[in-house]
Design a binder for this molecule. Sequence first.
Ligand code: G3P
Length: 214
Amino acid sequence: MFILINLKAYPCDPLKIANVARDVADESGVRIAVSPQTADITRVADTGIETWAQHVSPTDHGSHTGSTLAEAVADAGATGTLINHSERRLRLADIDKAVNAASRAELDTCVCANNPAQIGAATALSPDSVAVEPPALIGGDVSVATADPDIVSDAVESAAAIDTTVNVYCGAGVSSGDDVAAAGDLGASGILLASGVAKADDPRAALDDLVEPL
Ligand code: G3P
């Protein structure tokens, strides 16, 4: 299982979480990545943890003020990027362009979607992975795999019907090793989570719990 920690814009210490995540990844052998604010990518990547951007713009070099250029986040140290997160939605045509921009910069891509139907559409754009996250469960206390297991298994089926090489992750409300194990049992090969680590009093204990069943 891949564990991707999205720090969003939470008031956490990205370096503290990056160092803890690197230590837990090294000790457990579990693939863990941290997705900080764009401005923090270089110092997070310098800790040695796998680092992802939270978004890239559907643009090339050019007159695009305020954009997040895929090449720029790759140069800063990111090796992957989220696209179309629930809190950073794009139009379909722009998801396609963002996936192409990220691929051009050799970034791993994970396109987020609300439900299995959208997962099918996202998979057709050939990202490396897709992630199903029901918006109503994001930031909550109940994990997607517990609150709505069908949405995870249906997303896995939906993606497989289009392209079996695209990995399927899930997220929303994940905070424990039991949540991670339940998601794996439903066919997900990775987890996206945020508040369970970014808002934890003890991020090390939170991460130890998350990797415990893996
Ligand atoms: O990107 C992951 C995120 O949307 C899930 O948030 O706080 O429910 O783990 P959270």
